[in-house]
Design a protein around this ligand. Structure first.
Ligand code: CP
Ligand code: NVA
Length: 302
């Protein structure tokens, strides 16, 4: 395993293995906090945009595995003043053992990986958020016991988190995935095609009720992703009918769970009452970022 730029860099069996390792690390963490597996290894984190969970979970993951971590803001690097990605990637490959990048454009991470000689991890791009998907699949498995045979309903923007989740579900053998979104905000075509080739046909509709009926999992994310701030007024108007509130939750299976990658914009994509009731699930997603990323780092660096 030497890159995680798209969720499709993994195979179904890689996901199974990562979730198994993550789950054993999670159990172990109750009594063993520090391991030494990655002693002497350094992970660089490069951020073009803000982050709470991704940054902290990767930092703590490296610390708890005995390695070291450098968190770098793009604007503190010569990258911010025009040094090319090509040379930056080659130089960072000399100093560190792996790099995670959170970038605006997915192509930035692909270009970096092309020139780097170390593993590269996508910490969110405009197209995908594969690390989030690993944590989400782990969470779904914990709450629903199994991944196969369940129905997932995505409500809102068919964005980066949605794209990777579709891919991850397809790889994990989930065959029923519905998306309720306004026209023009569908998941990316290339993701839908890749999912379809794995036997997961994504049903896209503008009708929330159609998507959410019989769902085991309802998933939503912000209406205005990082980088789309200029479209805020239009997006808030277009997505208003796609709020996950009590009426929407009532359409799903009675024991359905509601998920969100966070940060939540309360009163926009999710109401306070749904957030409060589903807080355990949503915080478990955040917690599982730590365990799944540890599993990923062990596979890549040990
Ligand atoms: N879910 C997630 O990636 O959160 P951050 O933006 O805080 O990293
Ligand atoms: N779709 C959101 C996810 C944040 C973790 C964004 O890209 O801003």
């Amino acid at each position: 395993m030497d890159r995680l730029i798209s969720i499709f860099d993994l195979e179904g069996r890689d996901i199974e293995e990562l979730l198994a390792i993550a789950s054993s690390l999670k159990n172990e963490r109750a009594h063993v906090k520090r391991r030494r597996d990655l002693e002497g290894k350094v992970l660089a984190l490069i951020f073009e945009k803000p982050s709470t969970r991704t940054r902290i979970s990767f930092e703590v993951a490296m610390l708890e595995l005995g390695g070291d971590v450098l968190s770098l803001n793009r604007n503190e690097l010569q990258l911010g003043r025009g040094e090319r990605i090509k040379e930056t990637a080659k130089v960072i490959s000399i100093y560190t053992d792996a790099v995670m990048i959170r970038a605006y454009a997915h192509s930035t991470i692909e270009e970096f990986a092309h020139y780097a000689s170390i593993p590269v991890i996508n910490g969110l791009s405009d197209l995908e958020h594969p690390c989030q998907t690993l944590a989400d699949l782990m969470t779904i498995k914990e709450y629903r016991k199994q991944l196969r045979g369940i129905k997932i309903a995505w409500v809102g923007d068919g964005n980066n988190v949605c794209n990777s989740l579709i891919g991850g579900c397809a790889l994990a053998g989930i065959e029923e995935f519905s998306v309720a979104c306004p026209r023009g905000y569908e998941p990316a075509d290339r993701i839908l095609k890749q999912a379809e080739s794995l036997g997961c046909v994504v049903h896209i509709t503008e009708d929330i009720e159609e998507a959410v009926t019989d769902a085991d999992v309802i998933y939503t994310d912000v209406w205005v992703s990082m980088g789309a701030e200029a479209e805020r007024a239009r997006r808030v108007r277009v997505f208003r009918p796609y709020q996950v509130n009590e009426q929407v939750v009532a359409i799903a299976k009675p024991d359905a769970i509601v998920m969100h990658c966070m940060p939540v914009h309360v009163g926009e994509e999710m109401t306070e009452s749904v957030l409060t009731r589903e807080e355990d699930v949503i915080l478990t997603q955040a917690e599982n970022r730590l365990h799944t990323q540890k599993a990923l780092l062990l596979k890549m660096l040990k």
